[in-house]
Ligand binder design. Sequence first.
Ligand code: FMN
Length: 329
Amino acid sequence: MWTLIRYFLFLFPAEFTHGLAKFFIRFTYTLSPVKKTYPFTLSGTENWLGCLNPIGLAAGFDKNAEILEALAHFGFGYAEIGTVTPLPQPGNELPRLFRDAAKKNVFNRMGFNNLGAALVSERVRRKRALLPEGFKVGINLGKNKSTPDDQAASDYAKVAAAFIDCADYFVINVSSPNTPGLRALQTPEALMPIVKAVQQEVEKGGRRTPILVKLAPEIEGMQLQAIIRALESSKIDGLVLTNTLGGDYIYRERTYTGGYSGQILSSISRTRLKEVRGMTALPILSVGGISSVEEAKERFALGAKGIQIYTGWIFEGPFFIRKLAKKLR
Ligand SMILES: Cc1cc2nc3c(=O)[nH]c(=O)nc-3n(C[C@H](O)[C@H](O)[C@H](O)COP(=O)(O)O)c2cc1C
């Protein structure tokens, strides 16, 4: 049935289908008389924030918290909203989202399109009342495109400040390939001021909100080791591994630069999890190409505290997360 529906949905441009999918997710939630949730823990994941379950929606799917209230009922135990920037911004011009159904990959060059910290935080605050007990909300922090790199720390701090009373965890995102210069912030020197600025904001708010850092899959070896050491000494709370794989995509004879997600990312994301697990005891949320029960089990077996899914939900269908939750449970 899903294969048939998917066939029709995939006839439309990817971004249009994404909007349609969000509409149906909210519609289904509103209509459904029974609001089911899927609570469970796995050995080793119990202390990850006390989440309803350790399967999360990865950043970028619900950038503006449009479907936040519905996610628990599709099987998720937590969700990462954003990336949110201090001011609203439109992102890159269309087309900016492409899918390769045969290979189960997505290519995007969205560029942090979002409604901005004031509006999205207001929405999260309002929707928290609708969330089931234990469903956690992470906020993925970013900088505006127009903010120079040497002022990046203040942008990350501003977004954290806006969400200080309604976020269960923060993620410092320095790994999107679609904001010029952003990935260059993945050095100890550039990262430390950002981490410090966000930590100060959390302290100022009298909170202990965990702060994680999300890295690109290309960061490996010595470079990765240096970042991990610096993050450990800065008392960060965890890592999100990984963001999309940077690359090019040719469409109608034009070459676009952006990031790949889905199957193409699966083995590299798994490899990074193993590599970083060998370097540190910091909690890791594993993301990238998880589209089967076996792959999810593998990530937990490799020491992930939680997993996150984006592209797998698109290709495996609306009930994939529920199925995953039932099987893992
Ligand atoms: C269309 C699209 C938009 C995304 N936007 C963001 C974003 O705003 N911030 C972020 O940290 N990651 C973003 N991501 C990356 C995902 O959170 C995730 O790290 C990546 O897609 C790998 O997981 P997957 O293979 O399950 O999709 C985006 C991914 C896609 C496909």
